[in-house]
Design a protein around this ligand. Sequence first.
Ligand code: MN
Length: 245
Amino acid sequence: YGAQQRQDSVNMTKTYVFSPKPPVALPVVGSAKFFPVRRVYCIGRNYASHAREMGGNPDREPPFFFMKPGDAVQCVAGGKLATHPYPPGTSDYHHELELVAALRKGGRDIAEADALSHVFGYAVGLDMTRRDRQAEAKKLQRPWEVGKSGDQSAIVGPVTPTSKAGGVLSAKLELTVNNDIRQQATTADMIWSLAEQIAVLSQYFTLAPGDLIMTGTPEGVAAVKQGDVMEGRIGDLQPIRVRVG
Ligand code: MN
């Protein structure tokens, strides 16, 4: 009887002062099972074109990361029009279209060569950002949560298992707003590959099944307003369609 089993048996009999919420869970393409979300890791400035538009260095500087809470994921069905509430506290709310990797296995100090074997599947995501709040935070050298980690700030579509997502690491990404193309690039243009992101993240955090990685956005980020309809597509993944409500 190890410590973990003892802890498990204690947990089984625990009662809570209120009912804990189950995790946000994403539908899995071709399966009746859901993917339960733990954490959401995000990489900053991972396409040279976007680094330039943000006034940063487009070269290969060490990668940097931030997080969104797992319950900040707004899970949307593939292709169906969903409503995303315009958040309070911003007048410059930006879309960032990103490939999302969903981990089935975790660990520390994961080797780059082994990193992709930790991926369960992929989804289309939007890293929604209060750009005005993020810009203030940068200027004042304060943390980014208010800009980046708001309620429902990670819009994510259904997860396509890796076996059916071939080619997604060199696929076209495209975001339209009201049918106008706003962002267009290929995932092959990432500065830090997904395998490198997993390797570096796992030097700082113990990754775990259920973690999502938002792999960065290309150029063309811009504000949306209420009534706008965003459509995000990446390769053959299920697209997402979201009206800002
Ligand atoms: Mn982003």
